[in-house]
Design a protein around this ligand. Sequence first.
Ligand code: ZN
Length: 178
Amino acid sequence: MKCPGCEGTINDSNPHCDSCGFDIADFDKLLQTPADRLGTVNDWAGVLSAEGLERLTGRLDNFKGATGIDFCLVCLLSSEPRSPREFSFWLFNRWKIGGDDHRGTLVLLSMNERRIEVEIGYQMEKYIDDDEAAGVLQHHAVPFLKKGDFDNGLYHSIDMLAKIFEHGLAEERTDAEN
Ligand SMILES: [Zn+2]
């Protein structure tokens, strides 16, 4: 994954950056303990409708059941006192999304800062890298979010990322059979 300080590459298992000196422990002092995780969808900002919440939870729960990949969504009112990018990095690591081998992904929407971020776990980078995933959000979420359509923006972008993972896994299975 990328260092939230300098955007250089950082080791998932030890979130410390030799280039810029960033260390995840610096965030712990400010942010302390993360809130309890609810499941695949954590809409703390209350941006999803009841239907939107049900649709996204269904998609991500089914995805996890079929693939074992832990794909998590968090909607925050604000990431203060850190940036959304730093907050998503911190939460991904502190929740251990995808377990010890980081077989997971986090999408984080922060309302006040008007930002949507994505963290791709180490085991998932062979399917899509951080820059490509940010591009998916830009194309499939941002146009809807700008109009205030959170249900569709979050669903379409997350569904697209899940499809990319599903496609990558299917190709691996085909390769294994040949
Ligand atoms: Zn750095």
